[in-house]
Design a protein. Sequence first.
Length: 287
Amino acid sequence: MAQLSQVSSEGTPTQLYMKPRALILDLFGDYLRYTGGEVKAGDLVTLLGVFDVEPATVRVTLSRLRRERWFTTRRLGRETIYVLSEHMLAVLDDGRARIFADYNEPWDHTWTTVVHQNGKPDRVTREQLRRQLSWLGFGPLSASTWLTPRERTEQVKSLAEEFPDFHFTLMRSHTGSDSQDRDLARRCWDLDHINDLYRHFLAENSRLSDKAHALRGPEALVVRTALIASYRHFPFMDPWLPAELWPTRWLGAEANALFRSVHRELGPESSNFVASVVRHPVDAPDL
């Protein structure tokens, strides 16, 4: 695994470990997705070398990911070109939309409720469904009843197609009471635990607001990737609750603002370095 450096609130380096496959996904998600969705194997070796990943490890990982259909390949002379699959492109687009969703989206006080039933319990499939519901911002009121304060009708319809062995009942409703809304939020999510994780994220990354502008090239790429790695798990846990449901001293909005600000600040240096390696501009949209 690669070892990424972060900066703590005291200015001391901390370490974050990432598998090469996660680094490859991040490089495509933030950069290579916007250089045509393909890259030479040798250029990926160079980019992952910045994270101290050995060339042999990069090539073995790429071969495995090709077998898992992350990529197709083609030849250009002696070079192997790795081309991102349509499925993985959709995965990256979905992940980017979720991570960079508006944290302060207004709320109409309506809940989306999903009740799922399956006469043939399958632990692996249930876990897959649980992860999908969490990613969409749902929290479990019970094992089979999940809620979100956001409108997710179309996404639930897609889940029904993806999990045909389950029967889904979808409801849109409201409690008519602010106190009951807040009670539902507390019952569906461990907000104290999530807030503790946000507190840790802020402690580890707060100094980056002052340091990001001074980082250049490879260092900017490493720090930006470490920032993403330390933030990416929050959409699985935090449903991006509307402000009306935030508990006292909620840190989610502050952490989100820090993440977006530093990610944006490090963007030009990181993108220019990647562009210099792959010899193609990174035309990523502004966020």
